[in-house]
Write a protein that binds this ligand. Structure first.
Ligand SMILES: [Zn+2]
Length: 449
């Protein structure tokens, strides 16, 4: 139960309205459900869900809700069994959990995001249920929003990094406590790579590489990127390195308790930072970080043994060497994802097929792995995977998967077959996508038509 349910009652006089022609909405036996939401929230965090929804309790303040019956609920309950532990870790790091409930709602596959941090009840894509508890990282992110980016929200979309940069930082601190430093560093490594790719994507429009970009007249969905997440994370990590973790943790707690249940802008944050960390503006070029384009020189690529190993194995692939079984024995989806993303974009088609023959990546139950592989298959011209690409694009509507697959299909020159395939699949899959996802795919297709 998200907002507290107060009552189910008959309509009071005046609430039921006169008879109207739509029987669905004007049925005689209409009831009124009353809810109370005691914590103040900005309107973008208001959401409601309706459906044939069942639930399982997975912790003292967490219930998992889902459609799809027992099997789906069992899988979701297993995947999210560690939620209470994460909430406690979050409380130790950032202060009390202020929202009472932390429920999780698993949505249908057309949900365009990984998760949405609606307070008291987070909405999640079903693609995070992988059977290996790695979906916990998405939950860690949405949970982290309970302190950063729900408790303190951004005043305008230009300050979006205040939500997502802080939340990415908080997410990695929770992951570090629950899953260990190596996993957190790997997570940071994937983020670092994503940030660098955004610099390439926006190389002709560097405004959107700023932490605080100018967005007048621009639909934020059109320029949605990893920049507020990863550059924001890098900025906070830079401050942490400057003043040390204990001092930064104290600062964070004070920041959260000072501004909780308020919406603030970047300038307010900077004033608070300078007031509480005297002299910080002489040690870090705050103006460059906030108003500058690109990645500041004092940003840092994470040091992670797994990360380094994976990147070097990916380089070997180009030279014709596939990773051995013993080298990938303890890889999860994230390791494969990073590996595949680091393999050069156009390798020999036969090499790609050989990799899949050995490790069955196209059939992976992990969507991150499957999509990263299919992206490589498309850019390497492996037409035998187009059937799997089509199936995938018709099964999910999460933009994290639609964007790279459609982009891979339409990019490059002299590839009319792929472009036509992309258009046909989109025409057929269109109605199953969320309107925001439809818009994103349309803009990808029109850019390369
Ligand atoms: Zn977020």
């Amino acid at each position: 139960m998200a907002a507290a349910h107060l009552a189910r009652r008959d309509p009071a006089p005046g609430e039921a309205g006169p008879a109207c022609p739509d029987a669905l909405w004007c049925a005689q036996d209409r009831v009124v459900e009353e809810f109370a939401m005691n914590q103040p929230i900005p309107p973008y965090l208001f959401a409601f869900a309706a459906g044939d929804i069942g639930f399982r309790d997975v912790g003292p303040r967490t219930r998992v809700y889902a459609e799809g019956g027992t099997a789906m609920l069992d899988a979701a309950a297993r995947e999210f069994a560690g939620t209470e532990e994460m909430i406690r870790v979050g409380e130790a790091l950032f202060g009390p959990y202020e929202w009472e409930r932390f429920d999780l709602l698993v949505l249908p596959p057309s949900f365009p995001y990984g998760g949405m941090e609606n307070p008291r009840m987070v909405f999640l894509t079903p693609t995070v249920i992988k059977g290996d508890a790695s979906g916990a990282q998405v939950v860690a992110h949405e949970l982290a929003h309970s302190w950063t980016g729900n408790l303190i929200t951004n005043k305008t979309n230009e300050d979006f990094w205040l939500n997502e940069g802080f939340t990415t930082y908080a997410e990695r601190r929770i992951v570090e406590m629950v899953q260990g430093e190596e996993r957190a560093a790997l997570n940071t490594g994937i983020g670092w790579r994503g940030l660098n790719e955004e610099m390439e994507r926006f190389k002709d429009n560097m405004e959107f590489t700023k932490l605080k970009p100018k967005l007048a007249g621009i639909d934020p969905d059109d320029v949605y990127s990893q920049v507020p997440y990863e550059k924001g994370f890098q900025f906070l990590w830079r401050i942490e390195r400057q003043i040390g973790r204990p001092a930064f943790d104290e600062f964070l707690k004070k920041y959260i308790s000072t501004f909780k249940f308020q919406s603030i802008d970047t300038e307010t944050f900077l004033e608070f930072l300078k007031a509480n960390v005297p002299g910080i503006e002489n040690q870090i070029d705050l103006k460059l970080w906030v108003e500058g384009t690109g990645i500041p020189p004092d940003a840092m690529e994470p040091v992670s043994t797994i990360y380094t190993k994976i990147v070097s194995l990916a380089k070997d692939f180009n030279a014709g060497r596939m990773p051995r079984e013993d080298e990938v024995a303890d890889w999860h989806g994230q390791e494969w994802e990073l590996y595949l993303e680091n393999v050069p974009k156009a390798v020999e088609a036969s090499q790609v097929a050989a990799l899949d023959a050995r490790y069955r990546l196209a059939e992976s139950r992990d969507w991150e792995v499957k999509v990263a592989f299919l992206q490589l298959a498309i850019s390497s011209g492996c037409k035998e995977y187009f059937g799997e690409v089509e199936k995938t694009l018709k099964q999910v509507g999460r933009m994290k998967y639609l964007r790279p697959l459609y982009t891979a299909l339409v990019q490059g020159t002299g590839r009319d077959e792929e472009k036509m395939l992309a258009k046909r699949i989109f025409a057929e899959a269109h109605d199953g996508y969320h309107p925001i996802a439809q818009g994103v795919v349309e803009s990808i297709l029109s850019k390369h038509s």
